[in-house]
Design a binder for this molecule. Structure first.
Ligand code: AMP
Ligand code: ZN
Length: 139
């Protein structure tokens, strides 16, 4: 519990939410400013600020809940698909620094999320960046 954190306050019941699912590890509720109708947030009950500083067990519990949750959100929204999105860090658009995943219902051509502009890699750079990631993983 982080006393400054809005999602911790929602988890503890200090701030209301429109709950759609809950178990001992996570709480799922509707986003108050939805990108699409039915936009749902899946929030860990323990406070972690982002994926790389969270615990794998919590992430596994969220992953276990996703098949059922995503299917329910898509169906209830009458959507044809959905995005599962997790912003990590303000640079990536994270406004609430408490681990959460967005489930955003989608329809073809809805324009809800703009895809990134694909770039290209010179081959040497491709190998260099992969080498750096491998080195970090070996630490
Ligand atoms: P992010 O940019 O990934 O940190 O997303 C935070 C999300 O939390 C935004 O989509 C907000 O609309 C949503 N949000 C913030 N406060 C609340 C709240 N009290 N209840 C429901 N959703 C919220
Ligand atoms: Zn929190």
């Amino acid at each position: 519990m982080n006393a400054e954190c809005i999602f911790c306050k929602i988890v503890s019941g200090q701030i209301p939410c429109t709950k759609v699912f809950e178990n001992e590890h996570l709480l799922a509720f509707l986003d108050i400013h939805p990108a699409a109708q039915g936009h749902t947030l899946v929030v860990s009950k323990r406070h972690y600020d982002r994926i790389d500083r969270s615990d794998p067990q919590t992430l596994a519990e969220i992953a276990k809940a996703l098949p059922k949750l995503t299917a329910a959100v898509q169906k209830a929204a009458g959507a044809d698909g959905y995005n599962v999105l997790c912003n990590n860090g303000p640079a990536a658009g994270q406004a609430v620094e408490h681990l959460h995943f967005h489930i955003i219902p989608r329809r073809a051509g809805d324009g809800v999320m703009k895809a990134w502009k694909p770039q290209t890699y010179p081959q040497a750079h491709l190998e260099q960046i992969a080498g750096k990631i491998n080195a970090e993983l070996a630490l």
